[in-house]
Each structure stands twice: as C-alpha cells, then as structure tokens.
Design a protein around this ligand. Structure first.
Ligand SMILES: Cc1cc2nc3c(=O)[nH]c(=O)nc-3n(C[C@H](O)[C@H](O)[C@H](O)COP(=O)(O)OP(=O)(O)OC[C@H]3O[C@@H](n4cnc5c(N)ncnc54)[C@H](O)[C@@H]3O)c2cc1C
Ligand SMILES: NC(=O)c1ccc[n+]([C@@H]2O[C@H](COP(=O)([O-])OP(=O)(O)OC[C@H]3O[C@@H](n4cnc5c(N)ncnc54)[C@H](O)[C@@H]3O)[C@@H](O)[C@H]2O)c1
Length: 524
C-alpha cells in the first residue's frame, strides 16, 4: 500500500506484527467488517513459520527418521549404515517453510479483507503511529510484536558469533560439534535433533534439571533419552567465559568444566520485542521484563490499544498467540470481553519421548488432590512397538475433576487433546471412563488412569454402600421373579434383600449400570 494511502485513511484497527497473533487478529477483525491495516517489518508468518515451530519440527522429523533407522534392528530390520546428508536435511527444513508460507502471506491476508504494509511501526501518541516515518491514524491498535531470543551476559560470547533460534536455520550444513546453552524446550528439542543427525552435542543447563517447568519424572526421561542419543548433558552448569572465534571455541563453566564446539547455540529464553515501539508515547505500560501489561481481555493500559501473543509475557506458544489474536480482535471490534484463561494451556516438547502437559503440575500436588500414574510399560501398544519409555500422570481433585496431566511417550501431544478438553471444561474421571477409547492406542494409559480413579470411588464408603444396595435390590428382584414363575429360589433371599425389594416400586425401571448410577452428573 502506498504511503499517501496509509496516511489518508483512519484505520479501525492497526495491527503491528504479522506473526500468528497479528495474522489471526487482522483476519478476524477484517472478517467482522473492520478497516484493518496489518504492518510487518520483516517476514509475514513470524517466528512460528520461519524460526520456531515449523523448522524445529521439520528438523526433528529428519532426526527421528535417522534414529529410527539406526534402531530398526531391534525389530529385525537391518538397514546398514545410516548416512545423514546435512545440506539435504536443512534444505528439507526450508522446503517445509516454503510450503506453508503462502498461508501466512500478505496475499492471503488481503484476501481476508485486511490491508497490509511492510515497515517498522512506532507509536507517536494514543491514536497515532508511524510506519517507517509515514504517519498512520487509528481508532484502535493491536500490538503483536512477539519475542526475540535472549542472550546471556557471558564474557567473550559475542566473539564466537553464537547461533540463536533465529539464525540456526541459515546454516549451510550441520556443524561438527555443537554446544547448546539452555535446557528448556528449545535447547532439548534442538540438542536431540542435532545429536540424532550425527552432530556431537553438549547441552549446558544452569538449573539442576532439564525442562524445569515439567514433572521431574519427565525431565528424567528426557535427560536419559538425550544421553542415549549421545548428548553430553551438563546440568547445574553455568558458563562464565567463552573463548574462540566464529569457527570454534570453548565454553568455560563455573564448576571448572569446559565444552569445546565448532558452533555455539544459545537458547536461554526469550525477551519481548517492545524496544523502539514508542509504547510510552501511546500510554502502554510494560512490566519489569518488558512485556506489555494486559488485563484478562488483552486490553493494555491504553484502553484503545490491545496486545496479543508472546509480547504479553503469557506462555509463548503459537496456540496461545492464535487464541489471543482471535479474542483481542473480537474484543476490539465488537466491544466484547472475551477473557483469556491460562489455567488450561497445553504444551508439548517434541523430543523422543515427547512430553505433553496441561493444567496443574503433576508433581507435589496439593493435599486435596489425588495422582494416578500409568507407566507405558503396561500399555499394549507401547509394548508391541517397543516404545515403553514414558508414563501418563493425572491429577484429580476431591470431586474427581481432572485438574492436570503429564503425558510422556509417543504421540503424547495428540493424547493430550482429550485431557486438555477435560481440564478446561471441568470434566470428571467418570466422563473419561464412560467414553470408549480405541485399543490399542497411546490413549490407553490415560483411560486406565481415569478408571483407577473411578474404581477408587467405588471402593470408598459411599461407593460401597451404593453398590451393596444395588446388588441386594437386584438379588431381591430375582428372588421375587423366581417366586412368581415358580422357579426354586437360588440364594436364600433373606430379610434385608426382601426389605429393599419391597421398597422398590414394581414398575421401577431395571437399575442401570451401577457405574452409570454413580456418576455425579447422571441426574443431569
Ligand atoms: C525454536 C522454537 C520452536 C518453537 N516451537 C513451538 C511449537 O512447536 N509449538 C508452539 O506452540 N510454539 C512454538 N514456539 C513458540 C512460537 O513460535 C511463538 O510462541 C509464536 O510464534 C509467537 O507468535 P507471535 O505472533 O506472538 O510473535 P511472532 O511470531 O514473533 O511475530 C511477531 C512479528 O512482529 C514483527 N514486528 C516486531 N516489531 C515490529 C514493529 N515495530 N513493526 C512491525 N513489525 C514488527 C516481527 O518481525 C514478527 O514477524 C517455538 C519457538 C521457538 C523459538
Ligand atoms: N515445542 C514447543 O512448543 C516450543 C519449542 C521451543 C520453544 N517454545 C517456546 O519458546 C519459549 C522459549 O524457549 P527456550 O527454551 O528458549 O526458553 P526456556 O525459558 O524454556 O528455557 C531456557 C533455559 O535456559 C536456562 N538458562 C538460562 N540462562 C542460562 C545460562 N546462562 N546458561 C545455561 N542455561 C541457562 C534456564 O535455566 C532454562 O532452563 C518456551 O518457553 C516456549 O514457550 C516452545
């Protein structure tokens, strides 16, 4: 769009940044009839497409293919030496991006009715901004500028020109020896990917375990898997100095250890992209980390300006950014108050084993919580596929509602979908138990964990009383039937059963499945 046109109109919604949050925000707002301008300073599609989810999952799929081929002998399949063609692997990663890119392109956005522009946005006031110096007026704005890789302050780091998750995808070939700083989701996924592709990898994590936000048993499983893949995992290890140049160097660690590398990859977290945006001029506050402060409807401290995605400091996931973009657009354009619920945000680390989590932590739950764990070694599908590394753990509250879950193992992310629905909708283990699950699948462990919780209800005091009453009523009814038909009564039909039978109307329906009767919601 030309500069005069940008300046001439007054936009209903100026959307800043064409990552997931901005793309969805702009398209939803346009579909509601708003005059929308979406401005991106770099590439439409943002981190998820270019430097995040898409390339990392493409690289992991190549890595898992290589590992699967090496491992095939355990099924009696012999494939010989596995050769990894580094440039071809990286070209396939770029091809995945190229294939998906049109969906996020300016053309696709314009087809939804929004206008697009390329340039850097800076707010100049509460209802005004500039796009590369060209003034733009808006009724409302939506800030979706995302986050960037954080760089730690380590002496000598800049000298080796460290890779980040932004730049690692531009490598022409796989490095020989990679040191990865940070054992969070990015660090674990990329360390495993490169190791399985034949790179010698050292993973350095300052904290005492990998994936610190997950159940410690999940961290253990991933650490063990990475070590099996040949990754030199160093936890509780902080770099104090880096020596070398862009062709290679050495990490010096606080514990006196060292790690040599040809390339160093930094994956120690993210920083919100709020610098240079002019947010102060627009009356938009940021917190001490630089994240835009929003209320639960994604409104900033300027009631005409909204924010969505990573820049808010909410969990940094594409699905969060997408839901944010949708809700912010609805709230801005229609004046609704759609709120963001962070209690049931699912997340998946796509290592092998995969780690998928939702809701409350499954380790150290509160006193009114019960935990049910099912190891994968008891799941027939996992046994058949020789993939028994993992478990499913559910946290249930006093009313048997599912509050949290950790799934570790093959297809954990897919298995999590049902558990996310249960946590977000307050479903109970009887809902999970009552829905038939196909056998044999990796959903068996969660079904069995739910059944274990449900059985606990049956063996509790009220459960035992109810079951006894049903059993006795049934026996009495059979005894009456036998008397009516003149059949000899079987079990001596003692007084208690008759008493229960007598209190049961003759026309009363046959008692249903006792499990059904015991559902707290069976009456609704
Ligand atoms: C290695 C890696 C793997 C990941 N894997 C997954 C995954 O598997 N699943 C998952 O859910 N999440 C994953 N994520 C996280 C996910 O990528 C992000 O949460 C998501 O992309 C955030 O979207 P966003 O719209 O908030 O920001 P972004 O995608 O970062 O988009 C922000 C856009 O704003 C633009 N911009 C910034 N400032 C300005 C300005 N002043 N003017 C104009 N434009 C501007 C930027 O150029 C950028 O394009 C991964 C992240 C990384 C780093
Ligand atoms: N599969 C996915 O959905 C996926 C994949 C990658 C990233 N992401 C998103 O991106 C976010 C950022 O990921 P990330 O892994 O960069 O950050 P992270 O915050 O998840 O992990 C960073 C790790 O680096 C460690 N660390 C910090 N400073 C260090 C230092 N100087 N030396 C050694 N270790 C240090 C921290 O202790 C932490 O364990 C994630 O939280 C997630 O929201 C998602």
């Amino acid at each position: 769009m030309s500069s005069p046109e940008l300046a001439r109109r007054r936009w209903d919604l100026l959307v800043v940044g064409a990552g997931t949050a901005g793309l969805i925000g702009a398209q939803v707002a346009a579909s509601l009839g708003a005059r929308v301008l979406l401005v991106e300073r770099d590439r439409f599609g943002g981190d998820c497409l270019w430097t995040g989810c898409v390339p990392s999952k493409a690289l992991l799929s190549a890595a898992h293919a290589a590992a699967g081929a090496r491992d095939a002998a355990k099924y009696g399949v012999h494939v010989g030496d596995v050769q990894v063609d580094g440039p071809a692997v990286l070209a396939a990663v770029r091809q995945a991006i190229t294939t998906i890119a049109p969906v996020d392109s300016p053309e696709a956005v314009r087809a939804s009715g929004a206008e697009t522009a390329t340039g850097s946005v800076r707010f100049t006031g509460a209802t005004g901004a500039e796009v590369d110096g060209v003034p733009v007026r808006f009724l409302q704005a939506l800030v979706c500028t995302g986050s960037a890789p954080a760089l730690p302050e380590v002496a000598g780091l800049a000298d080796v020109e460290p890779l980040t998750t932004d730049s690692v995808w531009d490598l022409p070939d796989l490095p020989d020896r990679l040191a990865v700083l940070g054992g969070g989701t990015s660090g674990c996924e990329l360390a495993q990917a490169f190791a399985r592709l034949g790179v010698s990898v050292t993973l350095v994590e300052a904290g005492d375990r990998l994936l610190a936000g997950e159940d410690p048993k999940a961290s253990e499983a991933v650490t063990a898997a990475l070590r099996r893949d040949g990754v030199d995992v160093r936890t509780g290890s902080t770099p104090v100095r880096v020596t070398g140049d862009p062709t290679g160097g050495r990490l010096h660690l606080a514990d006196g250890g060292t790690a040599d590398f040809t390339r160093l990859l930094v994956a120690v977290g993210r920083t919100p992209r709020t610098g240079g945006l002019g947010l102060a001029a627009a009356g938009v506050a940021v917190d001490e980390r630089g994240s835009v402060v929003v209320d639960d409807a994604l409104r900033t401290t300027n009631p005409r300006i909204w924010a969505a995605g990573d820049v808010t400091g909410h969990p940094a996931y594409t699905h969060v950014a997408g839901v944010h973009g949708n809700h912010a657009a609805l709230n801005a354009v229609l004046g609704l108050r759609r709120r963001i619920d962070l209690a049931a945000v699912p997340r998946v680390t796509f290592t092998r084993p995969e780690v998928a989590t939702v809701g409350e932590p499954t380790a150290d739950p509160g006193p009114d919580r019960r935990v049910h764990t099912q190891p994968l070694r008891r799941a027939d599908r996992a046994i058949a596929e020789q993939a028994t590394d993992g478990f499913t753990r559910l946290v249930v509250d006093g009313r048997h509602r599912l509050r949290g879950a950790t799934v570790v193992g093959p297809r954990a992310g897919e298995a999590l979908a049902e558990l996310t629905l249960a946590v977000s909708r307050g479903l109970t283990t009887s809902h999970l138990t009552g829905a038939m699950h196909p056998y044999p699948t990796y959903a068996d462990p969660q079904w069995n964990a739910a059944i274990a919780d449900f059985r606990g209800r049956l063996t509790g005091r009220s459960g035992r009383v109810a079951l006894t009453a049903l059993r006795l009523a049934r026996r009495a009814r059979l005894a009456i039937d036998d008397r009516r038909t003149g059949r000899p009564t079987g079990a001596g039909s003692g007084r208690p059963q008759i008493a229960i039978a007598a209190s049961t109307s003759a026309s009363a329906p046959e008692p249903a499945d006792p499990l059904e009767l015991m559902r707290p919601d069976s009456s609704t």
